[in-house]
Design a protein around this ligand. Structure first.
Ligand SMILES: Cc1cc2nc3c(=O)[nH]c(=O)nc-3n(C[C@H](O)[C@H](O)[C@H](O)COP(=O)(O)O)c2cc1C
Ligand SMILES: [Fe+2]
Ligand SMILES: [Fe+2]
Length: 408
């Protein structure tokens, strides 16, 4: 738990958590920071809200105590986004303070009612509305719908230039002692990028078009600092804005100079071909990265994070009951839902008597309009023969060439 004075009368309250699946679904090997903010004008406002994952705001009370803030003095709860990771503490807070006003969007109000059967006074805000907290802290709001839910707004303190963006510009990974992105070393920045990509691809990816619209809107505001609900803050907004632009643009491809191999195998037949693919990719002496994930061993979130930044995808799986090896179908379906589109791709795999994996692959691609450009697949009966291995190697080299050509 941590408190930091980030601007005039403005405090970050942050808690690092791990050992949970975000949204009950996404693994976070390096945890996540939940950030909340206090602005003390003549009136005190809290933005979002730090709590444990269970909605019990014990952490928040401890942090308020450390800051010498009486919870009863909080007059405004600004809920930029009503997802329970930011609002789950309201019910509990109501037990000790019944005299506060909730600020949210119109859609947020509807969700507030649905989740918590609200009894508090609510003020719905729209683009450009203002609230004066006193001592110069005039807040204004920008609607940034679907980053990540339809209700989302961002809050700007016009006196300090701090933009509170909730899920937008967030990242996974614990904050620890570091609070600002500018404090990261080059090496730590590489790690941050990995955590941010994991967060973006798992949580925000499906709304990449809306994210680009939100970025456009935020860029027009006089922002001096970005303060998200998860992850590090940024003194130089441009750094995280540019990263987020890249992430959002990866949706339609091309992405980075990377290939992701996703593979599964029951008895090692397909695996033999995968081993050859690794040899081929290792021989590529240029600065070219590949990621490899076996399903079902690697989680959806991990595969998705790699696929999101990869321009090329290799899929290797056998046929299973006239369809595709099931965990591969599940992962691909998830990539489709997150709109991983416009990839250069190649599929291969083993079958016993009928085949059928390809048919299901085509169905998934069509269903989600994924628009992947496939090199002709290589299927082999049982164990791959020397000529199959040769052909697979050639097609992987062709894929590498296509990926390199796609990114100038
Ligand atoms: C449960 C099961 C279901 C299978 N269903 C099919 C099938 O419908 N059509 C087919 O051509 N082969 C089918 N096969 C055969 C596999 O595709 C074949 O054994 C292949 O070589 C497995 O490759 P792997 O060792 O990489 O998993 C099935 C195998 C298993 C174990
Ligand atoms: Fe969210
Ligand atoms: Fe969130």
């Amino acid at each position: 738990m941590n408190i930091k004075n980030i601007a005039d009368n403005t405090y970050l309250l942050s808690v690092d958590i791990d050992n949970i699946l975000f949204e009950g679904l996404w693994e976070m090997p390096n945890g996540v920071a939940l950030n909340s903010y206090i602005i003390k004008g003549e009136k005190t406002a809290i933005i979002d809200g730090v709590c444990g994952w269970d909605g019990i705001p014990e952490n928040l009370y401890v942090l308020l105590d450390e800051l010498d803030i009486d919870p009863l003095s909080i007059e405004y709860l600004i809920i930029n986004h009503m997802e329970p990771d930011h609002s789950g503490w309201i019910e509990d807070f109501r037990k000790i303070n019944s005299n506060f006003k909730i600020i949210c969007s119109e859609k947020g109000k509807d969700l507030l009612e649905a989740f918590y059967g609200n009894t508090q006074e609510v003020q719905c805000v729209k683009d450009g509305d203002t609230i004066d907290l006193g001592k110069g802290h005039i807040l204004t709001f920008a609607e940034i719908p679907n980053v990540h839910w339809p209700d989302t707004i961002a809050t700007l303190d016009t006196s300090t230039g701090v933009l509170f963006t909730c899920d937008a510009f967030g990242a996974f990974g614990k904050n620890g002692k570091i609070k600002f992105g500018e404090e990261l070393t080059k090496k730590q920045m590489i790690e941050f990028d990995k955590e941010a990509v994991r967060y973006y691809s798992n949580i925000v990816a499906a709304f990449s078009m809306q994210t680009l619209r939100a970025i456009d809107k935020c860029e027009k505001l006089p922002v001096k600092m970005i303060a998200p609900g998860h992850g590090l803050l940024w003194n130089n907004p441009e750094t995280i804005i540019n990263l987020y632009k890249d992430y959002a643009n990866y949706q339609k491809g091309p992405a980075r100079r990377e290939i992701t191999i996703i593979w599964g195998s029951m008895y090692g037949m397909t695996e033999k071909a995968v081993n050859h693919i690794i040899t081929v990719l290792e021989e590529d002496d240029e600065d070219f990265k590949y990621n490899i994930h076996r399903v079902p061993e690697d989680s959806w979130g991990t595969v998705l994070a790699s696929a999101w930044v990869s321009t090329g995808i290799i899929l290797a799986m056998p046929t299973y009951e006239y369809k595709m090896f099931p965990p591969m179908a599940a992962v691909l379906d998830e990539l489709g839902r997150k709109k991983v589109q416009g990839r250069k791709a190649f599929r291969l795999g083993s079958y016993g008597w009928s085949g059928g994996a390809q048919k299901e692959l085509d169905e998934i691609m069509d269903r989600h309009r994924m628009n992947w450009e496939f090199i002709e697949p290589v299927e082999f009966k049982g164990s791959p023969r020397e000529e199959d291995i040769q052909l697979i190697g050639d097609r992987v080299k062709l894929l590498v060439k296509q990926v390199k050509e796609a990114i100038i």
